[in-house]
Each structure stands twice: as C-alpha cells, then as structure tokens.
Design a protein around this ligand. Structure first.
Ligand code: ADP
Ligand code: ASP
Ligand code: MG
Length: 416
C-alpha cells in the first residue's frame, strides 16, 4: 500500500481539485489510501465559527455562511449538474453541523472546537471523492473517525494505536482506492477529536503505520523540504534526502512543512516519506528515509514567530533548582505552553514558549505568586541546524538578539 496526503493548498479551489486528479493519473492509484485536509483556509474559517458561537456573537451566522458559500462555489464549478448526489451529501453535512450548533449545551471550548472544525475535512473529502468517482477514478470514502481511535484530549488527541490498527485493517479495502479525512479521530464515546493543527500529515503516517505501507507521499505547493521557509527566505535549496532523525529535529523546531508527530510512526517501521510538489508530480522532491542525514549538506533555517520569552527568578535570591523548575514545568504543561528553548543560571530560569491557546495571562498570574517574572511577547525563535558562524553573523545583523544558545550543530537565536 501507499499513502498520499493532500493538504489544504492542494484542494483550495476547483482548479486545484482537477489538478489533484492529474496527480493521481500521473502516479497511478492502485493500492492507495488518500488522506485529504480541509480546503484552503477552511479550518481557520471554522475556528471563527467556534469563537463566535461560544461568545454568542452575532458574527456567527456570517462566519458560518462564509464556510458554506466557499464550498458551494467549488461544488458549482465541479458539478454543473445541480441534480448530482454530492449536493445532497454536502447539504446533509452542513445540516448536521447546524443541528449541533443549535442543540449543543457544552461550553467546553476544546470539545466544541472538534465537533465543529471536523466539517472542513468531512465536506472536502465528500467533494473530492465524488469528483474523482465522476472522473472514473473509483474510490471509497471512509470516515476516518471510525478508524482513528483516540483519548479525550480534544484538539490534541492521543492515538490508541492497538484499536486504531484493527479498525484501519477492518475498514480499508486494499483493492479499491480509499479516500479519507486527515486530522480527525474519535474517542470512546464516538465524539469527534482532532489531532492538532496541521495534523493531516500525522493521519497519513498513522494509516501507513497500521497498514505497513511501503511509502507516504505528502503533496505540497513547494518542490519538497527546503533548507528554509520560502515565505521568509529568498534563496532556498531543495533538500533531496533527510534522515528521520534530522527531519524530526527540523519538524520539532518548527519547519512547518511536516507535522512533527508524523515522523515517529514512519521511523519505527522505516517507511519512507516523500514530500513532493503537486504542481510537478514527476519531480523527485524530498525523501525522508533511513540513510544520510542531509543531502545536500547545507545549513537549515527554521523560524518560529509569535513566541514568548519568559524569564523567572526567585523572589528571595534562592537558587533556581529542580524543585522550583519542576513547579514551572507543571504550570507550563497545565497551560499547554510548548517549550521551545530553555536556559538557566543560578537564580534565573528562561524559557521560550508558544502561546498557542492564549493562556499567557493565566500562566503569568500563577508564576508571579512564586517568582519575579519578566517577559517579552512577539519574539521570533530562529533555529539553525548545521550552522556556519558567518551565516549566523549575517542573520544577527538585522535584529536585536535577546538570547543565543548553541550546541554542536544547532544554533538558536531569540530575536525581535
Ligand atoms: P498543506 O497544504 O499540506 O497544509 P502547508 O501549508 O502546511 O501545506 O505546508 C507547505 C508550506 O510550508 C509551504 O508553502 C511553505 O511556505 C512552508 N514551509 C515552511 N518551512 C518550509 C521548508 N523548510 N520547506 C518547504 N516549505 C516550508
Ligand atoms: N485542516 C487542518 C488544519 O488546517 C489539518 C491539516 O490541514 O493538516 O490544521
Ligand atoms: Mg495545512
């Protein structure tokens, strides 16, 4: 089996969906599972629906209408025949969503979030599946919530691997092209869960692991993994081969082209991951596999924006050691702050964190009762793998450097 993943950019409009078909024509679609994300920026749009809904804001109807209209515009381009069954299927999904919004009593943000944002993937896969069937690429649509079983950690659910493996084996028929949603799972109560933003790459890896697939290919709007994000750097170099270890490090530090959780399951079964351009499907792209760490051997730049630099010191000049640092980590874990850099001295302790869930104020209030706290919001964290001093010097010139840390092959700079 092979597993393909098409992300938001590859299904963002009717033209892109037609292109997806061209990709399948080029690669063939035997023994294939295709995982698809929500279209374009629809997950962001659905997040707005969730926020407005929970704040009981008037904008909710407009936010929902934006999502619905976006999909109907694409439908109309792909299926000029209004009587096509897909219209009913999509209508049914949106009715289901409206029903949830009208009847739900829970105010648990993360729970509501998952029950709502899942419609991005459900609708996109219905549309693409019908389109491919129409174009003689026969496929079976499956609900990945019936395959990927998770815990109750809404918005960042953990996978129950044993159960998931048996469900996937039961649901996937290798003889026919299977099409399913990225990002989604469900818990014991069959409520929808999600695997974390950009989690569709991870879904592809889960299917590949459970099916013992021969490879995973993620199709992107870039030629493969580059040595830096092309949105920030002008001159980038395509990485042809990356070891699992190197790729895990890059993804962990924030190379957003691969979701960080994707690589562990693949590495365990040594399943190669290909990152390729959906605009040039016959180009080789990047291979993440066992072998050389990095070809070509160049420096890789990873940037994480909107980070918070927090420096703590003890109120009474006592040392920052295991027990009080342990306390800090418990709080960071409680407020779901991902730590991207740590530095400590005798009486101070500094971390750079991602304030993904907007919990900074709550965290700072708790910290202030035990520590003297200083912080800077909106700083950027540069990580340079296999750095060269000269290149770092050049980079530093454009910024105020707040902190610098280096190990044998990684340099990290916190700048603003
Ligand atoms: P998807 O459509 O699968 O969700 P993403 O938008 O998540 O795709 O990932 C592709 C984008 O990742 C690219 O358009 C590029 O801007 C960005 N990116 C960040 N770092 C890198 C990198 N090192 N190599 C290639 N692309 C990168
Ligand atoms: N649609 C989800 C997101 O935008 C998952 C994904 O695209 O990988 O985060
Ligand atoms: Mg994405």
């Amino acid at each position: 089996m092979r597993v393909f993943k098409f992300g938001g950019a590859s299904v963002k409009d009717a033209q892109s969906i037609k292109n997806l078909k061209t990709v399948l024509d080029t690669t063939g679609f035997e023994n294939l599972v295709v995982v698809i994300s929500a279209m374009g920026k629809m997950t962001n749009a659905l997040e707005k629906v969730v926020s407005a809904y929970l704040q009981k804001a008037l904008q909710m109807d407009a936010a929902l209408a934006e999502v619905i209209d976006y999909h109907y515009n694409i439908l109309q381009e792909l299926f000029p025949e209004k009587s096509h069954a897909v219209y009913k299927e999509v209508h049914f999904l949106f009715e289901e969503l409206k029903h949830f919004l009208a009847h739900n009593k829970s105010t648990n943000h993360a729970y509501v979030y998952d029950q709502v944002v899942c419609y991005g993937e459900l609708v996109s896969t219905k549309i693409v599946s019908s389109f491919l069937n129409n174009q003689q690429i026969k496929n079976t649509w499956i609900d990945s919530r019936e395959c990927i079983k998770t815990d109750n950690n809404y918005r960042d659910a953990g996978v129950d691997w044993e159960l998931t493996q048996s469900k996937i084996k039961e649901k996937v028929n290798p003889k026919i092209l299977t099409l399913t949603q990225g990002f989604l799972g469900s818990n014991d109560n069959n409520f929808t869960t999600t695997l974390g933003r950009e989690g569709s790459d991870y879904t592809a890896a889960i299917f590949a692991y459970c099916l013992g697939a021969e490879s995973v290919t993620i199709w992107k709007d870039v030629p493969g993994v580059l040595n830096a994000d092309p949105r920030t750097f002008n001159k980038t170099i395509l990485l042809e081969q990356i070891s699992y270890r190197e790729a895990i490090e890059m993804a962990f530090y924030g190379a957003s082209v691969i979701h960080p959780k994707t690589l562990q399951p693949l590495q365990r079964k040594e399943i190669p991951l290909f990152v390729k351009s959906f605009l040039n499907p016959s180009q080789t792209g990047t291979s993440v596999a066992k072998g050389k760490d990095l070809i070509p051997a160049v420096s890789c730049y990873i940037i994480k924006k909107e980070q918070v630099l927090i420096s703590l010191s003890s109120l009474d000049f006592s040392f920052m050691v295991e027990d009080n640092i342990g306390e800090v980590f418990k709080l960071l874990h409680k407020y779901k702050m991902k730590v991207n850099l740590i530095q400590n001295s005798a009486i101070s302790f500094t971390v750079v964190v991602d304030n993904k869930y907007n919990k900074l104020d709550e965290l700072l209030t708790r910290l202030r009762s035990n520590f003297k706290v200083r912080y800077n919001e909106n700083v950027a964290l540069y990580t340079i793998r296999h750095f060269k001093e000269k290149e770092v010097d050049k980079l530093e010139k454009g910024y105020e450097v707040l902190l610098k840390q280096q190990s044998r092959d990684t340099m990290q700079l916190v700048v603003r």
